[in-house]
Design a protein around this ligand. Sequence first.
Ligand SMILES: Cc1cc2nc3c(=O)[nH]c(=O)nc-3n(C[C@H](O)[C@H](O)[C@H](O)COP(=O)(O)O)c2cc1C
Length: 400
Amino acid sequence: MLERKKILLGITGSIAAYKAALLARELQRRGAEVRVVMTPSSIEFITPLTLATLTGHPVYSDFTENRDSGEWTNHVELGLWGDAFLIAPATAQTLSAMVTGACDNFLMAVHLSSRCPVIAAPAMDLDMYQHAATQANLEALENRGVSIIQPDSGALASGLDGKGRMAEPEAIANWLENWFQTKAPLNDKKIVITAGPTHEPIDSVRFLGNRSSGKMGFALARELQSAGADVHLIAGPVQLNDPSGVQVTRVETALEMHAEAMKAIKSADIGIATAAVSDFRAKTTSKVKWHRNEMPTAIELDENPDILYDWGKQKRDGQILVGFALETDNGIESAKSKLKRKNLNFIVLNSTADPGAGFGTDTNKISIFEQNGKSHTFDLKSKDAVAHDITQLILTHLPQ
Ligand SMILES: Cc1cc2nc3c(=O)[nH]c(=O)nc-3n(C[C@H](O)[C@H](O)[C@H](O)COP(=O)(O)O)c2cc1C
């Protein structure tokens, strides 16, 4: 269940830090990719060399990699890399720093930069764990959405007996698997999304294109990735950064997008076509820029392949296909006919007639028509919120 999951493992200065080596191994054994960040005090308990050797990746505990050259480690990139940030063991000190937002070591900077869910496995002596301050910190973190893996009861390093011992590595790995399954309902699903416009060259500088910004497809990629899916985004020419944790293939033309999309759909459970693919391309193009007097007065066009139609023709049992229709009027009939013709599970209709909807905007107003005849209309929302609504509907279409 942890296949391809990116786990950022934070280690802090507890005697239980030696168990982090076993934990890293266990997570990797279950298919996860592990990167380690350590607090300076944890280095007293277990060496970065051990963790670097086990994970096969450098371990970070300091902002600067090489003081002489001024090289520094990018805590933001690392913070954005993980599907989950697991702090195990988590000391009383680090839990307290997480509550206040302290940023006095590299691990805490990664904590503030991370966008993924944070999970902490406390480890400390009985009295430290029971202290009102620690309990208040744990409660504050839970209220903020941090998940706490409860410590075990038993013999503690101090000689005391009671609750405070970090959960065993195998139990933490089991906990993570369950968590990914319930919190990340698309955990084992591969999804391909097309996004943005295509540019069909006329000469070396001119092209046929459209105003699609790619924002809807990118919002969906982020939302589905955070629901656990393995997302492959095939994007036309757009001015958007790669969403974290998503495989992105950049293409230019409809033919390139078609080739990539047909390859990717073969192993995908779900295909979502948000791209505004040009229906036509110029029959002949020039490798150099045409001067004004060389420009033809008419450009002959060839029809481009229809990605969604071709996806529909190869649709496997249980595969889910979602199309988008952008219409300039209300377009319901046209969307419904596409739904059938292209063998889709559902189609999302947005209309440029609605203010704030369609190309380029950060908001969208959609209606959805399902193959089973059901339809849904939604208010104007941010594209992130629209992506959430679409994801919820996809969940209802998953084969049981
Ligand atoms: C031998 C030894 C064991 C320790 N074990 C723990 C522990 O299990 N839990 C804890 O909260 N602090 C423990 N501490 C105290 C922390 O190392 C100390 O609070 C440190 O500042 C934690 O910093 P960090 O959270 O940035 O790693 C221990 C200290 C020593 C010397």
